[in-house]
Design a protein around this ligand. Structure first.
Ligand SMILES: Nc1ncnc2c1ncn2[C@@H]1O[C@H](COP(=O)(O)OP(=O)(O)O)[C@@H](O)[C@H]1O
Ligand SMILES: [Mg+2]
Length: 728
């Protein structure tokens, strides 16, 4: 077989990527017709498979240093590529694998001169993605600590600022001491002037430092926010669909909303607490230096305050959790109401809905009040000690000075001022325990969502075969988690590529389940499912889903133009693709009649489109990337007969070159299918083309007769009429 240079290049890259743990498929490589893919495009291609990849320009010296783990692919001038096995700086050569030889061997040593004739200087560096591994870490306090610590530089700056600020903050007190003791007692004007200047300088300095500190913590909050947002959303989207089906949206959205609290806490309260602690560490020694008895008094009072506050932590925690649960309940009602607002309005269910809301809101309010009540206690009990700390100092100071200790009135006032700066941090520090409790609750709530098992733990792994569309089920049994009866019981069938397969059966017989298993939505089945002979479980999930087009009974159109909806954010597609897909789906005609054509806005819930139009748009959207397998699950069931006829008329055109699985309870739309499978309570009753089933399958015959009774009676009526007219 003759291989072009490009083939060789891609093969080298594919091999390199496989060594790093991911399978590439040429399908995913986006190339402009007639042009060789650029290094950047190649890097994109590798990145899509979940690896880390970068295109770079290297010199010989840099190449010799590339000893770290990962693949280094040299892009050659002739369009091929060679993988570097290892550099050998001692002998001043690099070992390359010969691209034309596929077998394992030592490779060839190439020196600088020889390589410069062959190599363009460009390389692709490929490594397992560290980020992807980080994405699999659980969401917990450790994760948050790690992310926060990654901002070490900023934290350092903030701490430094805080230390300086603590010292500076003591200057005014010192000045007051000097003013009282020296200036006022001995009436020294020069010292007063100096003090005034110092006071002004300190004022400015304090303001400036405060500004910098707020600025830094804002930056940190932003960065943390960004990281959390990326992480949370990625993880959320990585959860399997059955998690979302099991969990009310209102619960998920409320729990996820707690990330805001976590972020706010880490950059707000926690940061402040650490700064307060620093302040204490710096100010306390100064207090002891000024007066040991007074300093002990401050510490003793602080200790009592801390004890009071910590004794309330447990009861507060209990009530806090109760209150949270009712807040979640409230949010569930809210989100459900918004989702079902059409139904609620049209059935005039507002009073019932309002009632439900009121009850939840009342419960939440009750627990919130209890929470407020109990939280009020520690603050109330602490406040006398808080006041005592500053005023008591005055009394103790007065006593000390009467009893003849070395205490000036200036130092008592200064002590009071500084002690004032200690009591606030002490109170907030002892409150910190309670705040940390809240943080833990928030982290746990977000974790309840994010720490569920994701669909795949290794996004880049798995095979990416090119599909033709042959489907095999062998002894497939499946039970939905949390249910007892089997949704599918021993299903076996086999259809070649290009088949139109119809699925019929009563509601609940397992038709949708078959399509869900095919798309890898539910993966815990027994037996074997193969596509083109490849076991479904071995196929890369993203690749699998991309190879399918799916149209359901109800399809969600996004807010945006018709074109946006058709392209659905897929890269590399243009308006031409949208028009082609629309034509195939029979949607072109009405799109062009709309005022702005493909630029017409589709609103949320698409009220400006009829059911038939919406459905044809959904079909066009499913066809846009020319999927090998198209699934229509009751796609036409909700349509009026005219729209249904329109869609059905296009099906044979749509079916060309692809496998189709059509679920429909209207047998008339399946008559032309190559194969029809009849399901009943999860079991396959029969499979075959329409005419055969009419003879062999009782259930099918009954269904057919039910649906076509009017036709039968019409025909027999016509026959009778004919007979009488002939007879007369
Ligand atoms: N997400 C789910 N969780 C639990 N049970 C389900 C779920 N989806 C379907 N089922 C159950 O599985 C069976 C088959 O359902 P389905 O395949 O949707 O039937 P059909 O599409 O033929 O109407 C039914 O008994 C249904 O109640
Ligand atoms: Mg169904």
């Amino acid at each position: 077989m003759f291989l072009t240079p490009l083939d060789l290049r891609l093969r080298t890259i594919t091999t390199g990527a496989r060594e790093q743990g991911a399978d590439l498929s040429r399908e995913d490589l986006r190339v402009i017709q007639g042009e060789a893919p650029s290094p950047a495009a190649l890097a994109d291609w590798v990145t899509q498979s979940g690896l880390w990849c970068k295109a770079a320009q290297l010199t010989w010296r840099q190449l010799l240093k590339m000893t770290a783990a990962g693949a280094v692919i040299l892009l050659m001038k002739d369009g091929t590529a060679a993988a570097m096995i290892r550099p050998d700086p001692v002998r001043n050569v690099v070992w390359l694998k010969d691209p034309e030889v596929e077998t394992e061997q030592d490779g060839v040593a190439v020196d600088e001169l020889r390589l410069s004739q062959l190599w363009s200087g460009e390389v692709l560096l490929i490594r397992p993605d560290r980020q992807a591994r980080a994405d699999n870490e659980p969401w917990d306090m450790m994760w948050i600590a790690r992310v926060a610590m990654a901002e070490g530089a900023i934290i350092g700056d903030v701490l430094l600022g805080a230390v300086v600020l603590s010292f500076v903050s003591m200057v005014p007190a010192m000045i007051v001491m000097i003013v009282i003791d020296k200036v006022m007692s001995y009436k020294v004007l020069a010292t007063l002037w100096m003090s005034i200047v110092l006071v002004l300088v300190v004022l400015l300095f304090e303001a400036l430092l405060g500004y910098v500190r707020r600025q830094l913590s804002n930056i940190m909050a932003l960065r943390l926010d960004l990281k959390m947002n990326l992480f949370v959303f990625k993880r959320l989207l990585g959860l399997p669909i059955d998690y979302f089906e099991r969990t009310p949206t209102g619960r998920i959205s409320y729990l996820i909303g707690q990330t805001v609290k976590v972020r706010g806490f880490v950059t707000g309260k926690l940061m402040n607490a650490i700064l307060d602690l620093l302040n204490l560490v710096i100010v306390l020694p100064v207090l002891f230096w000024m007066s040991v008895p007074m300093a002990w008094m401050v510490v003793g009072l602080g200790g009592i305050m801390a004890m009071i506050i910590s004794s309330f932590i447990k009861p507060v925690r209990r009530i806090y959790h109760r209150w949270l649960e009712f807040e979640v309940q409230k949010n569930i009602v809210l989100v459900e109401t918004l989702h079902g607002i059409r139904t609620i309005k049209s059935l005039a269910l507002e009073p019932a809905q309002r009632d439900m809301w009121d009850r939840r809101a009342a419960d939440a309010a009750y627990w919130k009040r209890r929470l407020d009540d109990i939280s009020n206690w520690p603050e109330t009990l602490v406040s006398p000690f808080d006041t005592l700390m500053t005023r008591g100092v005055l009394l103790v100071g007065a006593y000390l000075s009467i009893s003849g200790a070395e205490v000036t009135s200036g130092s008592v006032v200064a002590f009071m001022m500084i002690a004032n700066r200690v009591s606030t941090p002490l109170v907030s520090l002892s409150k910190l325990l309670q705040d940390i409790e809240e943080l833990r609750a928030s982290v746990m709530m977000v974790g309840l969502v994010l720490n569920n098992r994701p669909e795949t733990t290794t996004p880049g792994s798995g095979l990416r075969p090119r599909f033709e569309g042959g489907i095999i089920f062998r002894g497939v049994k499946f039970t939905y988690p949390g249910t007892k009866s089997r949704a599918l019981d021993d299903i076996s069938f086999e259809v070649p590529p290009g088949t139109v397969l119809g699925l019929v059966g009563r509601s609940g017989s397992g038709k949708s389940t078959i399509t869900r298993l095919l798309q890898g939505i539910n993966r815990e089945y027994e037996g074997q499912i193969k596509i083109d002979g490849v076991d479904l479980r071995e196929i890369n999930l993203a690749h699998l889903r991309r190879s399918f087009g799916v149209v359901l009974q109800e399809n969600f159109l996004f807010r945006g133009t018709v074109r946006d909806n058709l392209l659905a954010g897929r890269t590399g597609l243009t308006l031409t693709d949208a028009v082609r897909a629309a034509r195939l789906a029979g949607a072109e005609e009405f799109i062009e009649r709309m005022q702005f054509g493909y630029e017409t806005m589709v609103e949320e819930g698409s009220p400006n489109l009829s059911g038939g139009q919406r459905q044809r748009l959904a079909i066009a959207r499913a066809l846009i990337h020319d999927p090998r397998i198209l699934i229509l699950d009751e796609a036409t069931s909700a349509l009026d007969p005219e729209s249904e006829a329109l869609v059905n008329a296009n099906i044979s055109r749509i079916a060309a070159n692809r496998t189709m699985v059509i679920v429909s309870h209207r047998l008339s739309s399946l008559v032309d299918s190559n194969m029809i499978m009849v399901l009943d309570r999860g079991k396959m009753v029969d499979i075959g083309p329409h005419t055969q089933l009419l003879e062999t399958c009782t259930i099918y015959r009954q269904l057919w007769q039910q649906q076509n009774r009017h036709m039968e009676s019409f025909r027999s009526g016509a026959r009778a009429a004919l007979a009488t007219s002939v007879g007369s």
